[in-house]
Design a protein around this ligand. Sequence first.
Ligand code: NOJ
Ligand code: CA
Length: 516
Amino acid sequence: MSLPAWLKDAVFYEIYPQSFYDSNADGIGDLEGIIQKLGYVKSLGCNALWINPCFESPFMDAGYDVSDYKKIAPRYGANEDAKRLFEEAHKRGMKVLFDLVPGHTSDRHPWFRQSRKPERNEYSDRYIWTPNVFLYPEHYRWVSGVQDRDGNYMVNFFSSQPALNYGFEQRDEFWQLSPEDPACVSTLEAMKDVMRFWMDMGCDGFRVDMAASLVKNDPERTGIKRLWRNVREMFDRDYPENVLLSEWGDPEQSIDAGFHLDFYLHFESRGYNALFRDGNELSAGLSCYFSKEGRGDVTVFTKEYERRRAAARGRGYICLPTGNHDMVRLARRRTMAERKVAEAFILLMPTIPFIYYGDEIGLPYREGLVSKEGGFYRTGSRTPMQWTKGKNRGFSAADGELYLPVDPDPASPDAETQAGEEGSLLGFVKRLIALRHREEELQAGDNFEVLYAEKGKYPFIFRRGKFVVAVNPSGENAEAPLEGNYKEVLSVNAAARAEGGIVSVPAVSLTLFCAE
Ligand code: NOJ
Ligand code: CA
């Protein structure tokens, strides 16, 4: 199995298309808007994009409810714009991943409209149905009695998202199909056809939504691994430079299943939240490591990471995001100084960094917004990118309503202001990414050694080749043993001092050292 060489130096940027840049003043971001801002993303140093779903959809879940996998949603443009986006990105040496949602469709998808008919047809088994409405094993989620077909359909997420049928690895009921059943095989072939359609147009691969969810009743994960290895074979054979990135959050499983990349996520992992989030409970205090409260435990992350790193070694990479469209923003309840330290850390780790649009300027989480398109608490992380201090913060020239409101606070960050500001978060992000591109030892890979990580203590110190990173997110100065002589390459907020076998790291700071 080959691993595309470009991944080693990849720095990704996630774009939520509705909120990035509106090119035609209708209040919603679009593909042309992304094309116009490619120069900006490139200027950050990012060389790959992940774009959230932009296919035709009734938007009950912001586009994760697809009604046509081969058609760009008209509000974002047309397929021609996608083609241009791939071309324009490639001209600038950038890759583009689309978001593939293979686990479910919208209930408006033509396959589902066929499947729900009482008469048997080609699509009857494309989704998972029980044989009558009064039968529903309770450990799955079903929608009951709203269709003419006598049966309940399984849902994968919201009720508007019926689960596609890839079969049951273990079958407890007579109506559960095997993954080898022709109906299930044809579901997978249809999804591979969708992948080929976009890759033949220039797309460089996919972030795969709920990648572990496809095969049901699969406790050993044998069925789901078989399925993705089949897809990976197609990649290795026909698209060897393209990549599959899973929303799985368990590299020990996903890399083995054939994914090139998997995420650290705020679920399926204790490590991510131990570093950056308290989970999604908006009321909880910040007891994670990256908080000036200083109550975190970095070893929850390091122990898990060592295991995951071993599983991915030589076979794939683990991705560490600043956030995404499903989590509360990193900026929430953190000062600008704290945001800088957290993002600098992400850019210096051996994982592949993913910057969620706006996190490079510390775009705030917007509390209390009314849910938009199935966003609920996530809505506050999906507001428009703020480009300038001008009208609609430079997001759109619309006179009417925007997809979501921009921040009414004039002090709220924007890209133009930070570009002109000494020591801004944006400036640090650019400097660190540039350094990462220059220094192979700072790129993704396996050169990582923990020098100091103690339960409930600060700082955290690790080595990457000739470099040493000392980070102290807490509000108190902290010290740790460190042998050797080092000179400072860069510091965030304040510089650490390494002397006489001890490194003193000021509160809320990060220092990158190089061995002398
Ligand atoms: C994960 C996506 O990131 C999320 O936004 C979506 O709602 C669910 N999967 C369902 O597709
Ligand atoms: Ca628009």
